[in-house]
Ligand binder design. Structure first.
Ligand code: FAD
Length: 578
């Protein structure tokens, strides 16, 4: 059997290695357009920032290593220029010599990845404007920085690559601005959770110019003007375009393979394309979202590697199936970690699901053991069924492990209420006897049992100020004085039982505290005395962070100018809205 593979990185290299482990006799040829195979795309921004110093660290394998271990012919600087399913061959161009030839196959695997989305805007071809996909792109950016010492960079796009670059360029001492049309970074997160990411970026001096449409690029004063639709241009010494990726599927289109979203290759769960004998993996393929069942594009390394393995199994006579993608991902944002799995609240609503959420602020480990930090966790579930739909966490240590527990729970089909039952490892330096994931489960179980009724951030503006409800802040007088939502009266939770007479009977009580814990206790006291009480999900800390962020984003969107990049003054404010 002869297998030809297009693309020698995540999906392609995995398929090649697995094929060899399953079939010692197969002839395996990989064509890779760039000069490198099996390189660490995910490490590229960290080489630019100097965290990874040796470029050889970026290549996990060389063609020679790969050949000596797997006897796979890794043909780098070879571009496949055409697919001919009717005669089972591919056209190949040797980019070193210019030689062109046809290679036959019994089975063909496509793992060509995705290319940086290039908007059709004036000036996208100018110098000092870069994209980041390959090792070569990385070396080009690094060389430019070393030679020209740019002092400022504008990143068009605030997704994973934009954020990782922002951090790394900032670490090099550059002034960094992120500009994009959406009013939040990192769209896998809900806007409220993204506010925590915005805060960390601003704390580290990254300017966020959100809600701005980029209309083109012009070389100016030795740098680049980024032209905005409604505002004055932004100027930077260099620009990186990171507005997303598009499946690199021109070959598949020309060969008549069935295509899906954004020209991605349609495959079944065995990773077979519409043409017999041709398989496809990675960023180039359309996947099924395992939570919603929708067609989706999720460009991540984990799925690409798994799909490559599945293809090899199936070519070798097995029957491996891809279970779909859940979008689990994690990113370092300066000192913080942000992670997500499944769908967010906005996605759930768009998909027509009746969703509810809990937002909590647990410590990373036992409060009495030094070094614990607060994380913000949002768990999304379906109201009636308590099906677990997704989770987002922004914090410091322990974020990655909690998101992986939640990802596993979603994959296993656990109900959100069952999170309380997970028997998770505990010692004070690592967790609490009630792990944050268990805590989310307790809260959701309380909702299911009718013990906890919540109100959310979106309800704040709609709260009636005509006296028909009671608005209660259960924090201490000192905390209340530092900032509260207008219209809320203050009765600290520990005084509540003695001061119940101050609360009018027969009216619902909306309660808030700093994190949501004291207000929950206050709600239980109130319910125990015949009141109908609702707990604010996330607490004032969350409310304050999100509201402050929204103001900053809106004012930047209105004037198109930079928003403050220094630490925000005062943690709290007295909101003008009721
Ligand atoms: P790739 O790994 O991109 O490989 C495709 C290869 O095919 C390319 O090398 C290309 O040169 C080659 N090719 C394309 N067309 C041809 C042709 N016609 N002939 C020959 N060769 C061809 N994912 C994460 O999960 N976590 C991260 O932290 C993360 N960080 C990232 C950071 C950066 C800067 C980038 C660019 C990506 C990152 N990703 C991350 C995404 C992840 O790298 C991809 O999802 C994954 O590599 C996709 O694997 P693939 O095999 O589909 O494509």
């Amino acid at each position: 059997m002869k297998v030809v593979i297009v693309g020698g990185v995540a999906g392609g290299a995995t398929a090649a290695a697995r094929l060899r482990r399953l079939d010692e006799q197969a002839e395996i040829i990989v064509f890779e357009r760039s000069g490198y195979i099996s390189y660490a795309n995910c490490g590229l921004p960290y080489y630019i920032g100097g965290v990874i110093t040796d470029p050889e660290e970026l290549t996990l394998q060389t063609p020679e290593n790969f050949f000596s271990r797997f006897r796979v012919a890794m043909k780098v600087r070879h571009e496949v220029t055409g697919l001919h399913p009717e005669r089972k061959t591919v056209s190949v161009k040797n980019l070193e010599t210019g030689e062109e030839f046809e290679e036959s196959y019994d089975k063909l695997i496509l793992s060509p990845g995705a290319k940086p989305t290039q908007p059709k805007l004036p000036g996208t071809g100018i110098g000092r404007l870069f994209t980041l996909r390959t090792v070569e792109d990385t070396l080009r950016i690094k060389e430019h920085i070393n030679q020209h010492h740019p002092k400022s960079a504008i990143l068009a796009g605030g997704g994973f690559i934009g954020l990782e670059l922002a951090e790394n360029l900032r670490e090099l001492g550059m002034e960094v601005t992120i500009v994009q049309r959406p009013k939040q970074l990192m769209n896998p997160f809900d806007a409220d959770m993204a506010a925590m990411i915005h805060g960390e970026m601003r704390r580290h001096g990254v300017r966020l110019v959100l809600g701005q449409t980029v209309e083109g690029f012009e070389e100016k004063d030795g740098g680049v003007d980024v032209l905005l639709k409604d505002n004055a241009p932004l100027h930077g010494d260099m620009v990186v375009l990171a507005i997303g990726v598009t499946p690199d599927t021109a070959l598949a289109r020309e060969a008549g393979l069935e295509l899906g979203i954004k020209g991605s290759i349609v495959v079944n769960d065995r990773m077979e394309t519409s043409v017999p004998g041709i398989y496809a993996a990675g960023d180039a393929v359309q996947v099924t979202h395992s939570v919603t069942g929708e067609d989706a594009l999720l460009s991540l390394a984990g799925p690409a590697n798994k799909q490559g393995r599945i293809i090899a199994d199936n070519i070798c006579g097995g029957d491996s199936r891809y279970a779909g993608s859940q979008g689990s991902s994690v990113i370092k944002v300066f000192d913080m970690t942000a992670a997500v799995t499944g769908i967010n609240e906005a996605h759930g609503r768009k998909a027509g699901l009746d969703v509810d959420t809990v937002i909590l602020s647990p410590m990373s480990h036992a409060g009495y053991y030094p070094g614990g930090r607060v994380m913000t966790m949002k768990v999304v579930f379906e109201k009636e069924t308590y099906r677990l739909l997704g989770a987002q966490i922004v914090g410091y240590e322990g974020v990655d492990k909690r998101i992986d527990v939640l990802a596993t729970a979603i994959h296993a089909g656990l109900k959100a209420t069952e999170l309380k039952d997970l028997d998770l490892a505990y010692a004070p330096p690592y967790s609490s006897a009630k792990d944050p994931v268990n805590m989310a489960g307790f809260m959701i179980d309380n909702i299911a049992e009718g013990i906890l009724k919540q109100w959310h951030l979106e309800d704040v503006d709609a709260l009636p100020c005509d006296g028909s409800v009671t608005l209660l802040d259960a924090r201490t007088a000192g905390e209340y004085a530092q900032g509260h939502i207008q219209g809320f009266c203050n009765i600290p939770v520990d005084e509540l039982r003695e001061r119940l007479a101050e609360i009018e009977k027969g009216k619902p009580v909306y309660v808030i505290c700093q994190s949501g814990l004291r207000s929950y206790i206050a709600c239980r006291i109130l319910e125990g005395h015949g009141f109908e009480a609702y707990n604010f999900s996330g607490g004032f800390r969350f409310y304050d962070a999100v509201r402050n962020d929204r103001r900053l984003v809106e004012s930047a969107a209105a004037c198109g100018m930079d928003i403050p990049v220094r630490p925000l003054p005062g943690k709290a404010f007295i909101a003008s809205e009721s």
